[in-house]
Ligand binder design. Structure first.
Ligand code: MN
Length: 253
């Protein structure tokens, strides 16, 4: 199996290293990742300047762009072969519910949707901001290995990826895999208003909201129950059950 590995925490992040190291036991790994952190860049592509991949001493490619740039580049001319699957992560912090809309980790996997069996986005639910090293990601990497080992038996519709969140607990305490749907968060916390050195008002985007729908069946619930949450995601944002109402409404517009 040929893996394309990327992330949004940057080419030097320990989660990326742990993932690449684990997947190397299962096949050929090529890493193309942003040269610095690009968390919350979603599917942004860089269109106003060229992208230049720079080979790192460990063989990883660092790109002056976004997670989506990295995978887009890799699949559309930079690599001279077609990988079988894109695996993104392991992100420092959860990507649950509404987070998936902003996540560069999820977007990197999404960018692989034109491949036969697309991709997996992997996040470690709990480590964000704690400054952990590679050891913190080894249990999650091990769970990814198990998913990949069973990969041939999975039937996945076209343009679908798996969003995987691994609870940040020791491997022995993880209580297996659980399929889930996305939960929902409340509105984000307020922005943090400050004054810059020149007396101008500036703002930091606040932290994400608390879970609003974290009930049984959701990704939040699975992770809270010490399970690896696995949510199939698709790129089609159509609200199918609203088509009739909108159609009826349009007749009188
Ligand atoms: Mn990130």
């Amino acid at each position: 199996m040929r893996f394309l590995v990327s992330n949004d925490d940057g080419v030097q992040s320990p989660g990326l290293e742990a993932l690449a190291e684990a997947l190397a036991r299962l096949g050929e790994v090529t890493v193309v990742a942003p040269d610095s952190e690009r968390s919350a860049f979603s599917s942004a592509l860089t269109l106003d300047r060229p992208l230049r991949p720079v080979r790192q001493p460990n063989g990883f490619w660092a790109v002056n762009g976004t997670p989506a740039d990295c995978v887009h580049l890799a699949l559309n001319g930079f690599l001279d072969f077609e990988p079988d699957i894109v695996v993104s992560g392991i992100n420092a912090g959860a990507n649950l519910g509404d987070d998936t809309l902003y996540s560069g980790t999820v977007a990197a996997a999404m960018e692989g949707r034109f491949l036969g069996k697309t991709g997996i986005a992997v996040s470690l639910a709990g480590a964000h901001g704690k400054g952990y090293g590679i050891d913190a990601y080894r249990a999650a990497a091990q769970m990814v290995v198990r998913l990949i080992q069973s990969w041939p038996r999975l039937n996945l519709p076209a343009r679908t990826i798996l969003n995987v969140n691994v609870p940040d607990i020791p491997l022995a305490d993880i209580r297996g895999f659980q399929v889930s749907r996305l939960g929902h968060r409340q509105r984000a916390k307020d922005v943090l208003a400050l004054e810059d050195p020149r007396g101008r008002k500036v703002y930091w985007i606040g932290i994400s909201g608390n879970p609003a729908d974290a009930g049984e069946g959701t990704d939040f619930h699975a992770v809270n129950a010490s399970c690896v949450s696995v949510t199939p995601l698709l790129t089609d944002l159509t609200r199918h059950d609203a088509l009739q109402d909108v159609s009826r409404w349009l007749q009188d517009v």
